[in-house]
Design a protein around this ligand. Structure first.
Ligand SMILES: C=C(O[C@@H]1C=C(C(=O)O)C=C[C@H]1O)C(=O)O
Length: 460
């Protein structure tokens, strides 16, 4: 009998086998290009099924087209996608002349909040990715090996397509989603009752509204507005889901994991002096501080098994966004490459660098900030009380590279563009409900959290 010193591979799933088959014969080529400027302005067309984005402060990656798609479902949807991506990466031929996070093979992904959701999960390797970071820009193209001779290193990069003009949504009307504002407040009141009865400490209650635009929605219009209005957020588009989230579930880069936990919110008034006073109030509010501490503690507990060391700030800072302010904590950890968790998912990269960014996302989702405390009981209550499927809202959204590094946000301040009606988008927002919560105040908070998408839908 031989003993393997390497990490045992996870049993290949059907999704992994299919992904490996589809990846065989694909060539991925990254070249440096002149500064691309506004990444979002490079997106060629309006189609939300073929447009991808992960951009913050003008840096990140955008992509279009579809060279490879991994679809998963159920409780193992995130881990199965991770395993399938590893299998695909093993078969891709990658020629990367730049070597930065986001170069080489990059897949964009989004996953349903609930394991029971029909929305499942998806990872897409686009045909073209354009990226920008620290003054460097690059272009990645994916093509079939049998589609003619490859571009040689050092030859002129292929020209980017001229984008079609971006169209504005025109007049937008709104209607109730699963629950009217009144019915949602009643549902919140009911949940407050269950919290006061001691069932759980906190439940994050979300609601949806449906927007209908006069013109077919151009995902680039929404992305452009979100990025301009919310530069501190990650502006994303993956498989019909679009938004600008302030919350980073996890980034893994060169062995370091980083998470931005948000919990505790106050609306902005638009009056600077008043907002400063409110920010100070938030930083002292024992209800919000306690809620925040719970969220940080549960994240740290979930992250700890994957890290050799973890750094937790002593106190949160106040993150100022144009619509709301949040208590925020940036938690970092050194990913334990030696330990990994090979029994539950494969390790990435030749050297085995421990759990990938997506494996970490799988371990951390759902956080207390979007589910509640304790997670299992709270998510069962919200599934019942919200009377809707959250679909990809509040699930992990982001990208992963060939080495497993990547960034996964929590899909907040977002909407799901209808696949069957190009004029419609379903917007979502939620709030942490605790024993002291007032339904009317929670409704107002949810309205403030809908503002980024409402603003992005506004004509102009
Ligand atoms: C659920 C949302 O936001 C979450 C809930 C927060 C809170 O209750 O204070 C703060 C930030 C997010 O973690 C949302 O934006 O839809």
């Amino acid at each position: 009998m031989t003993t393997s010193l390497g990490a045992p591979r996870a049993v290949p799933t059907e999704a992994a086998e299919r992904a490996a088959e589809a990846a065989a014969g694909l060539l991925v080529h990254t070249v440096a290009i002149d500064d691309v400027g506004d990444l979002l302005a490079r997106l060629p067309g309006p189609d939300p099924a073929r447009t991808f984005s992960w951009v913050r402060r003008g840096e990140g990656v955008v992509g279009w087209g579809e060279a490879l798609r991994i679809s998963t479902a159920g409780p193992g949807r995130i881990r199965a996608a991770d395993a399938a991506w590893t299998a695909a990466v093993g078969r891709l031929r990658v020629h990367d002349e730049v070597g930065l996070p986001g170069t080489g093979a990059v897949a964009f992904g989004s996953f349903a909040f609930s394991p029971a959701s029909a929305a499942g999960g998806v990872l897409v390797l686009p045909e073209v990715v354009v990226g920008r970071r620290e003054g460097r820009s690059w272009l990645t193209t994916v093509r079939r090996a049998d589609a003619g001779p490859a571009a040689r290193a050092g030859s002129e990069p292929p020209a980017l397509p001229t984008p079609q003009p971006v169209t504005a949504p025109g007049q937008v009307t709104y209607r109730d989603g699963a629950l009217s504002a009144e019915a949602w407040q009643a549902a919140v009141a009911e949940v407050v009752g269950r919290i006061r009865a001691g069932e759980v400490a906190k439940v994050v209650m979300a609601r949806d509204v449906v927007a209908r635009a006069a013109a077919p929605l151009d995902v680039r219009h929404l992305l452009g507005r979100l990025a301009a209005d919310y530069p501190a957020c990650w502006t994303f588009a993956v498989d019909h889901l679009v938004g600008a989230t302030p919350e980073l579930l996890v980034r893994r880069e060169k062995g370091l994991a980083a998470c931005r936990v948000l919990a505790g919110t106050i609306r902005r008034t638009g009056d600077d002096a008043d907002d400063l006073r409110r920010a100070a109030e938030l930083a002292r509010s024992s209800k919000d501080l306690e809620e925040h501490e719970l969220a940080v503690a549960s994240l740290v507990k979930a992250l700890r098994p994957y890290c050799a060391s973890i750094n937790v700030p002593d106190a949160p800072f106040v993150l100022h966004l144009p619509n709301v302010m949040h208590l925020a904590s940036d938690v970092t950890g050194v990913v334990d490459g030696a330990l990994g968790h090979p029994s539950t998912f494969p390790t990435h990269g030749a050297g085995g660098t421990g759990p990938s960014s997506l494996a970490l996302a799988a371990a951390l989702h759902p956080t207390a900030a979007v589910g509640g405390t304790p997670t299992r009981e709270a998510t069962a209550i919200l599934a019942e009380a919200e009377r809707m499927d959250r679909a990809r809202y509040a699930g992990p959204v982001g990208w992963i590279g060939a080495d497993g590094d990547g960034e996964w946000g929590i899909a907040l301040r977002s909407g799901e563009l209808s696949a069957s009606d190009s004029h419609e988008v379903r917007l979502f927002a939620g709030c942490g409900v605790v024993a002291a919560s007032d339904p009317a105040a929670e409704l107002a908070e949810s309205e403030a959290k809908l503002q980024p998408m409402r603003g992005a839908l506004a004509g102009r």
